[in-house]
Design a protein around this ligand. Structure first.
Ligand code: NDP
Ligand code: GNU
Length: 313
């Protein structure tokens, strides 16, 4: 068995990042986590980093504002997985990755870089609505820099995080399932794809030493989690033993609701539109030069949506 690659997780105390750290350790990789001096007095982040050390991970101090420190960090590992945050109130965190790419290029030893993608495939979102399109434009800027620096990569298109789309039956502005009423997008019969974040992390780590995923986009499409919103609601109704009152909203009315909303909400409305009206996650075949994770790694017993929803009972 070839030696397991040494993995550096950037964004390792984040919502997805912490799961990637755990998956990397669970899959037997020597695991390193970036420790940013900027976290300062964020005691939760610091204590999470310490807990990773107790689990066997190593911390590497480096700052995005110190190129030398990033190069020294990259020199210590074989694979870099970045899970830096996406759109948050006009932040441009995704573009911080350009500094990572400069450091990876100078270090010269990194054999796989996984940038912070983990959603809709930005290469298929050229038509995306403003302002939510910024998420995809920034991710494409990062991809361009990766190609320009000839850095070996894997892009993980993770579809819908269960935490943001399953727990709430894909209702916006909430994370828990409704018990009385639910809003259905259009006819509610558009297929979406839902992933428990722990499974996203497990699939992601599976790809890093796999020659089949080198310089490829890997889509996560676990078959039983490819569901329409009506199917998702039906699973919850079965669990609670009652029907919810359903109100449908047309795409016109849904998009009109953007008016006057704050930036982050407008971003969300755009994303939801592409997912639940357009069906952008499942309206294409996975073709040449692309892979699907549940086929590559059938050994991953992914969490089904009904299992995930049981926590809310
Ligand atoms: P988080 O909001 O949890 O942030 C992740 C990490 O980003 C933080 O822990 C921090 O790293 C790092 N970070 C934040 N701000 C800065 C900064 N100014 N400088 C340096 N590092 C910074 O991210 P998520 O886990 O929510 O998102 C990760 C990825 O997943 C994104 O690409 C996002 O688009 C995608 N996503 C997809 C969803 C889906 O449904 N498909 C849902 C949510 C996210 P540190 O640990 O070092 O402090
Ligand atoms: C989802 C959100 C949930 C937003 C992606 C507003 C990038 C992707 C599926 O921006 O931050 O209520 O692909 O009221 O490529 C937001 C992000 C989710 C949408 C998470 C996302 C999905 C980002 C909301 C809300 C639950």
């Amino acid at each position: 068995m070839a030696l397991k690659s040494k993995v550096l997780v950037v964004g390792g105390t984040g919502y997805l990042g912490k799961r990637i750290v755990k998956a990397s350790l669970a899959q037997g990789h020597p695991t390193y986590v970036l420790q940013r001096p900027e976290i300062g007095l964020d005691i939760d982040k610091l204590q999470m980093l310490m807990s990773f050390k107790e689990l066997g991970a190593h911390l590497i101090e480096a700052s995005f504002s110190n190129h030398r420190s990033l190069v020294d960090a990259m020199k210590q590992v074989d694979v870099v997985i970045c899970a830096i945050s996406g759109v948050h109130f006009r932040s441009h965190n995704i573009l911080y990755q350009l500094k990572l790419i400069d450091a990876i290029k100078e270090a010269g030893n990194v054999k796989r870089f996984l940038p912070s993608e983990f959603g809709m495939d930005p290469a298929r979102m050229g038509h995306a609505l403003e302002p939510g399109r910024v998420t995809f434009d920034e991710k494409m800027t990062v991809r361009k820099a990766i190609l320009g620096a000839s850095i070996p990569f894997t892009y993980v298109s993770a579809n819908c995080f269960a935490g943001y789309f399953v727990g709430n039956l894909s209702q916006m502005e909430r994370l828990t399932p409704p018990m009385e009423k639910v809003t259905i997008y259009g006819d509610g019969n558009v297929k979406a794809i839902f992933l428990n974040e722990d499974d996203i992390a497990a699939y992601t780590v599976k790809t890093i030493d796999d020659p089949r995923t080198l310089n490829k986009t890997v889509y996560l499409r676990p078959p039983e989690n490819i569901l329409t919103q009506r199917e998702l609601v039906g699973i919850w109704e079965k669990l609670i033993g009652k029907q919810l009152e359903k109100t449908t909203i047309s795409s016109q009315d849904f998009l009109a609701s953007m008016k006057g909303m704050d930036y982050a909400t407008q971003v969300g409305i755009g994303h939801f539109y592409h997912i639940f009206y357009e069906g952008c996650l499942a309206n294409f075949e996975i073709g040449e030069g692309e892979e699907e994770a549940s086929k590559l790694y059938p050994e991953i017993n992914y969490t089904r949506v009904d299992e995930y929803l049981k926590r809310f009972l």
